[in-house]
Write a protein that binds this ligand. Structure first.
Ligand SMILES: Cc1ncc(COP(=O)(O)O)c(C=O)c1O
Length: 450
């Protein structure tokens, strides 16, 4: 049966007349009507298996009944009453839970934000206030959000930075360690962390370490292409921080809350960060972000250094409490680990048959399938990725690509093995269609991507 998209397209036509054209990276004309668990329905009744969890904001899936109930119960009592002047039990309970699940056996404090971007801004404020130093070190390829502070930390797209300057000063970017495309052509086995030399030289020549407040780093560089850093790099950069009174901030917005098979991605590296920034999945679909960190760091700022009228409101906190409980009760950390290993093995198997797959990498259900023009040059194949994502959409899988052509495999952690298998089969069919020249250019009409 030929699928219909009339109602989807009707909404898109209206959207184009009113919505800001720089606030979306479109891939295909998909207008969401309903979403439950890992299944999405569009305006014309077509169904899709969700491979991206609404940009990793729905680790517990769409409309989990326990979370919906918690939101309804809370909304009946009080949707939102500002935490800027009053206290609330859901906020306290959620803060207690976050102190418990974040690494580090020390007294902690929590602040809330509306979007991850503003919590990244909060992390900059805390780092500067606590250390009395100004400089922040961030990574090329990182996306940290759209507020001025978060854009200043990001280095992924010129359009994010063009025309809007000046950005926040005193932010330096270094290379994210990328073993697949190692600039020094090292093998992971005999690597001596040559990639860290740039930073060491910088600290000897033009970035005085005694002026660096913090290093902010994602435990997997998400939008940069789901790049997993080597454990020894993470330990080495963390030690540099400790030796120089530099804070280490783990930016867990995309990788946190079970995505990688642990509560937080940084736990894979045996590092206890000074601050953790989280967002996306925290509110299970409602806008909520947080910074959790050492009590003494939080004591460096005085009120009202960072507050918003509606942050940490009762309903967002109720959703987050329910979502964390679902992750615990449904053992979603184990599920992320197990299904992640399974998905990776299926893509690895595909890699042995399709040269277009250069690398399969990731932790838990945070997986990147790197498509390349050829395995020698390792040049990313963005066009192939776009066509494969569009074909997968036609066949009923919601999939996007990042960076230069990396398929983003981040389904809800509640996905069933059957749904995952079906989605991976469709992705494989789409890859085969591409390689057989069976995906026309017209399919890319809506594909702007990153
Ligand atoms: C790693 C990371 N940090 C921050 C953000 C920004 O999050 P938000 O859009 O909630 O501000 C994103 C969004 O994609 C992200 O992937």
């Amino acid at each position: 049966m030929v699928k219909k998209y009339d109602k989807n397209l009707e909404i898109i036509e209206r959207d184009e007349k009113v919505f800001s054209n720089f606030s979306r990276l479109s891939y295909f004309p998909l207008t969401i009507k309903k979403a439950h668990g890992s299944i999405i329905e569009d305006m014309d009744g077509n169904e899709y298996i969700d491979m991206i969890s609404a940009a990793s904001t729905l680790n517990t899936g769409s409309c989990h009944p326990k979370i919906v109930q918690a939101i309804k119960d809370q909304a009946d009592k009080c949707i939102s009453y500002t935490a800027a002047y009053t206290y609330s039990e859901p906020l306290v309970k959620l803060s207690e839970m976050l102190c418990e699940i974040t690494p580090g056996n020390f007294e902690k404090r929590v602040l809330f934000g509306v979007a991850a971007s503003d919590s990244n801004d909060a992390a900059i404020k805390l780092a500067r206030a606590y250390t009395g130093k100004k400089k922040m070190i961030s990574f090329i390829g990182a996306y940290h959000g759209s507020t001025y502070g978060a854009i200043s930390l990001s280095a992924i797209s010129l359009n994010m930075r063009r025309k809007i300057g000046p950005l926040l000063p005193e932010i330096e970017h270094i290379r994210y360690p990328n073993c697949y495309r190692c600039q020094f052509k090292c093998n992971p086995e005999d690597c001596s962390l040559e990639c860290l030399e740039d930073f060491k030289i910088a600290m000897q020549t033009y970035i005085p370490p005694d002026e660096i407040a913090a290093v902010i780093m994602e435990p997997i560089e998400g939008d940069g292409g789901l790049i997993v850093p080597p454990v020894k790099y993470m330990k080495a950069i963390y030690n540099i921080c400790k030796d120089n009174n530099i804070l280490f901030i783990s930016e867990e917005v995309q990788q946190g809350l079970g995505r990688t098979g642990k509560w937080f991605g940084i736990e894979h590296f045996g590092i206890i960060p000074d601050l953790i920034v989280m967002g996306k999945s925290l509110g299970a679909g409602l806008p909520l972000s947080a910074v959790v960190g050492k009590k003494e760091i939080f004591e460096a700022l005085g009120a009202p250094a960072h507050l918003f009228s509606m942050t940490g409101n009762q309903t967002c906190c109720a959703a987050a409490i329910a979502s964390i409980s679902v992750i615990k009760n449904e053992k979603l950390l184990d599920k992320s680990r197990d299904l992640g290993a399974y998905a990776k093995s299926r893509f690895e198997e595909m890699k042995s048959r399709y040269d277009i797959i250069g690398e399969v990498r990731g932790l838990g259900l945070s997986i990147g399938v790197d498509l390349v023009k050829d395995r020698e040059s390792k040049a990313g194949d963005k066009n192939a990725a776009a066509k494969i994502c569009c074909r997968a959409w036609e066949k009923g899988v919601l999939l996007i690509y990042l960076a230069d052509g990396v398929l983003r495999i981040q389904p809800p952690l509640v996905i069933t093995k059957e749904e995952l298998d079906k989605a991976i089969n469709i992705i494989e069919e789409s890859i085969a269609d591409y390689l057989n020249g069976n995906i026309p250019d017209e399919i890319l009409k809506f594909a702007k991507g990153w």
